[in-house]
Design a protein around this ligand. Structure first.
Ligand code: ADP
Length: 363
């Protein structure tokens, strides 16, 4: 449970002029379409912007108000929170907001009303909690190996913290695991204390689909708004080199995300997609009340048995939603109009204001 007093947030929200709400976010990650979408729905917008990073917001003209800060993390400073409050702001969280503000601050000190369930942000950030939620949902995730001695097939080895896959590796036996750990340590790609925290999971051979869902708490309905796939360096570059030359080059793979491209799935896979989204939403309702609220994304691999395996979850807008700042094939099917994830969030806020239900979607 968050330690920011919910009553205090609801009081602040009650005092807001509902005709004059500002949608605000930190200027990074997915802020362009969050702000653009808010404007399209008729809201005033504010960006909390690190000095020197204002160019995209000015050139794309998505922000009405600029709150300039020396460092992104200053968004939690009292003076910034007070300016946000004075603007009647509802803050939309995204990956950079969580990374820079920090979970502790968001849970304990950040009193500005936020869209979504702030308690669920810890569940997507900590691997054990994330796994618990996914197991509880009954969705297919990669099998986990408790001990390197158990490795009996190809596995993917990951380390704690967001590091863009640097130091992650693939191994097919216990011996190879230890050899690669030694090599990563020698290169300082991982620290000695990382070794005991190595997360070993089944390597899933398949195609990557990152599915962008929106759960409307107002309608109790899961929507599929878009899908993307990732460009990752240097693994994508390595795959363009013939196998015999790959060995000569001696490069270690890394999985640093450099971009995203929109994709669609075979239509016959879509029932699976909706089932996965529905199941996750149901499990979240009991594990981290009130559950999902707004955007969430599942990073998946689809095997040649046409099974969708989920290896990662975000419980807020994911960077891949930038592939549909206007519309995706799916958001068009859902709405029949241009609909980005940012606009969908603003639409939910607008509907909540009209129905006097802001307290359902704000924490
Ligand atoms: P991070 O969260 O640090 O970016 P991810 O868990 O997203 O790390 O993994 C990075 C990349 O590694 C993924 O985008 C995917 O290409 C690959 N990957 C992750 N897990 C698996 C797996 N179980 N099997 C195969 N490839 C995987």
């Amino acid at each position: 449970m968050s330690k920011v007093n919910r009553d205090e947030i609801i009081n602040i929200l009650d005092d807001y002029d509902k005709e004059n709400i500002t949608i605000a976010t930190l200027g990074s990650h997915t802020s362009l379409h969050i702000l653009k979408g808010a404007k399209e729905e008729g809201f005033r917008t504010a960006v909390v912007c690190e000095k020197g990073r204002e160019v995209p917001y000015k050139r794309f003209n998505v922000a009405d108000e600029y709150i300039m800060v020396d460092k992104f993390k200053d968004i939690v400073n009292e003076d910034v929170q007070s300016q946000l409050k004075d603007l009647n702001s509802i803050v939309v969280p995204h990956g950079s907001f969580v990374a820079y503000a920090g979970l502790d601050k968001i849970e304990n000190d950040f009193y500005v009303p936020m869209f979504g369930n702030r308690d669920i942000l810890r569940w997507e950030s900590e691997r054990d909690l994330e796994r618990k939620l996914m197991i509880e949902s009954g969705i297919r995730i990669p099998n986990k190996y408790k001990d390197p001695e158990e490795i009996d097939r190809t596995v993917m080895v990951k380390f704690p913290g967001a590091r863009g896959g640097k130091g992650y590796f693939v191994a097919s036996s216990t011996e190879e695991f230890h050899e690669k750990i030694d090599s990563m340590l020698k290169r300082n790609w991982i620290e000695p204390e990382d070794v005991k925290n190595a997360h070993i999971e089944e390597y899933v051979s398949g195609c990557n689909y990152c599915i962008h869902f929106f759960y409307s708490a107002l309608k109790d309905e899961v929507e599929v708004l878009g899908m993307d796939s990732r460009f990752e360096s240097n693994i994508d570059g390595l795959c363009r080199i013939p196998a015999k030359d790959q060995l000569d080059i001696g490069l270690d793979p890394s999985y640093v995300i450099t971009g995203n491209h929109p994709v669609v799935m075979r239509e016959s896979l879509l029932p699976q997609v909706f089932d996965i989204g529905d199941n996750l939403v149901e499990a979240a309702k009991t594990l981290v009340s009130p559950g999902m609220n707004g955007p969430f994304c599942l990073q998946t691999l689809c095997t040649d048995d046409l099974e969708i395996v989920v290896f990662e979850m975000s419980a807020r807008t994911d960077g891949g939603s930038n592939t549909f700042m206007h519309a995706s094939a799916y958001s068009y099917l859902m709405f029949g109009e241009f609909m980005s994830m940012g606009r969908r969030i603003a639409r939910e806020i607008k509907n909540a204001i009209n129905d006097d239900k802001l307290d359902v979607i704000i924490t």
